[in-house]
Design a protein around this ligand. Structure first.
Ligand SMILES: NC(=O)c1ccc[n+]([C@@H]2O[C@H](COP(=O)([O-])OP(=O)(O)OC[C@H]3O[C@@H](n4cnc5c(N)ncnc54)[C@H](OP(=O)(O)O)[C@@H]3O)[C@@H](O)[C@H]2O)c1
Length: 207
């Protein structure tokens, strides 16, 4: 797949490397051009001098930026994202930081009505995104979205880098996924190694 990653931090770097190893064509951009160039060189991917150039020709655009940067990206790229799959990996600094009771993903979808927003990757730390295998067990890669075709595409993407793909349901389930991530974050803030990811266990969960 042709994938654009916007953001060259922890997540952008982890996903660029993992997606490249899985055989995808990846182009990365960042606010600071040099950061994208550096990550592209380190991961064997391509970089673009602007977000617009990065998404040109891509099937899937991963927003690997803080949620507080979504406003800028929507303003900058809004129309250019029409018809594309936009993957939201974000977690808020505190649960329900917006006070709306909704998720960052749903809010992004409302602002990008002509794109298909899919929530994915947010329940695993960047360390696990780089390598979702823990002692022979694949971490779960939860994917939520309202467009079934887009969601299927992201499920295959998640699987291609080693997660066990889990169709979590509609985009509203992003509220739960963001809560799950918050549990993971708050536990690790108490002195963790920031290497955790979720795995569902049980007779119906790993078929
Ligand atoms: N870190 C984790 O383990 C983890 C796990 C799951 C989900 N998440 C979520 O993933 C997202 C990224 O987290 P992170 O840890 O990778 O953050 P980070 O290390 O701070 O990196 C953020 C990146 O976003 C770029 N950026 C910000 N605004 C931009 C814009 N308008 N245009 C282009 N690039 C822009 C920054 O560019 P510059 O380099 O030029 O500053 C930077 O490369 C967040 O929403 C976070 O909640 C993080």
């Amino acid at each position: 797949m042709d994938i654009a990653i916007i953001g060259a931090g922890n997540v952008g770097t982890a996903l660029a490397g993992a997606l490249r190893r899985a055989g995808h064509h990846v182009t990365i951009s960042a606010k600071t051009k040099d950061h994208a160039t550096h990550v592209a060189q380190a991961t064997g991917t391509g970089s673009a001098g602007s977000n617009k150039d990065a998404i040109d020709g891509s099937d899937v655009v991963i927003f690997a930026v803080p949620e507080t940067s979504f406003d800028d990206l929507v303003t900058e790229l809004g129309e250019d994202l029409a018809g594309k799959v936009v993957v939201d990996v974000s977690n808020r600094p505190t649960p329900d930081a917006s006070g709306t009771g909704t998720s960052a993903a749903e809010e992004l979808q409302a602002r990008l009505p002509d794109a298909s927003v899919v929530k994915a990757f947010n329940t695993a730390f960047a360390t696990r995104q780089a390598d979702p295998n823990v002692g022979g067990v694949s971490a779960d890669g939860y994917v939520a979205g309202d467009d079934d075709v887009a969601k299927e595409k992201v499920l295959r993407l998640v699987e291609s880098i080693g997660f066990r793909p889990v169709d979590a349901g509609s985009l509203a389930v992003a509220r739960t996924l963001e809560g799950m991530a918050w549990l993971n974050i708050s536990r690790n803030m108490q002195g963790g190694t920031w290497q955790d990811a979720w795995v569902l266990l049980g007779p119906d969960s790993r078929s």
